[in-house]
Ligand binder design. Sequence first.
Ligand code: NAD
Length: 437
Amino acid sequence: MTTSSAAATVVAGLRATFATGRTKPLDWRLGQLAALRTLLTEERETLQQALHADLGKGPAEAYRTEIGFTLNELDHTVRHLAEWLSPRPAAVPDAFLPAEARVVREPLGVVLVIAPWNYPLQLALAPLVGALAAGNTVLVKPSELAPATSAAIARLLPRYLDPAAVAVVEGGVPETTALLEQRFDHIFYTGNGAVGRIVLAAAAKNLTPVTLELGGKSPVVVDTDTDLAVTARRIVRGKFLNAGQTCVAPDYVLAVGDTAGRLTEELAAAVLEAYGDDPSVDPEYGRIVNTRHFDRLTALLGEGRTVAGGDHDRDTRYLAPTVLAEVSPQAAVMQSEIFGPILPVLAVPDLDAAIAFVNERDKPLALYAFTESERTKQRLTGETSSGALVFGLPVSHLAVPELPFGGVGESGMGRYHGEYSLDTFSHSKAVLDKPLH
Ligand code: NAD
């Protein structure tokens, strides 16, 4: 499907379904979410195989970070949906009394979800959960760079869900370009900022609201007062998940004061502990998505001093969990998001320097810090800006459905998960009712 007219036909079908009103009742929404739950449960192995084919994801990681993650998001939504949809009373100023006011959430219409390749299932289906819960019809465009998962989504969604309300269009740039020529009521894009700008420009023509879930370099600040062994283990766990191809992966470490030397030793020990002598035989350690990204990443090796990893094999797109010490801020690895299993460590003299380093760069999707000091936590909260600020456990905030997930500045606009998804995919309508007599 590449032509605009084919894209127009799919969107017209979804618009016609929305116009019937059948996506609005709570029962329909809950029914679709239940069907999605059945899909994820019954097709678990098929999906795990697809994720393995695309990214070498081991079955446990594929379940935890993609299938199970989406189920958690879905279950949380099902549990709270009736409450989230009930009209919220609003106080009326005395001058208007007697009168009643309330806020009613209404669906937007036809939603486009454009997903990336790194968590190709979760990042297509978690927005779908929110869009369906809000009562919309949805067009899902999975990533062409994860072809097995894209094919599974295209085959399974119409089989389990209402095919007149949920459509899947596979493809890359020509197909997405054709879709972006259509009018949607919301576009939800996850991926890089360059394409984010294309999406926003296309949406502007129709005044379509847009959520951009983008990436960037998420720093980790390691303070002088923290337990470096625990810190290193937790950084390693978050960084090398999905072979570092995670939007909220710790991108680089700012080691404050005299911690850099000891921290890099602990990071090397933590890599050994987590992945053994030869991470290539660990069935849970993933592969780089394609040779273009593999070549981009291996070109970044050789900077600083390699204290762990560095081994790689182009044929299998294997790149070992790698830690680079004594990296300069001018190094190529520090110029853009790494999005792979390479962790540079930079030394900064003190907390002021760490804060200045973060603030001189684009606002990150996540800022991580390890410190025992409440004062340091307060300073980082008040003096920096990021999509999320997490102390002590990188990447974990994503799995807390009551927290909004999204970026700020270059890391994106808008937010989702849990009730925040309802906000994103609904219009909050003001209703005022003043009796005539
Ligand atoms: P990608 O290449 O899969 O692209 C994302 C989507 O954009 C795909 O569906 C693709 O078909 C489409 N696309 C690509 N080029 C296009 C064009 N010219 N016009 C229209 N559509 C186009 O994924 P990616 O961008 O390489 O993903 C990696 C980036 O995404 C990283 O920066 C990462 O940090 C970010 N990311 C963010 C989140 C988040 O939740 N904030 C999650 C995952 C990834």
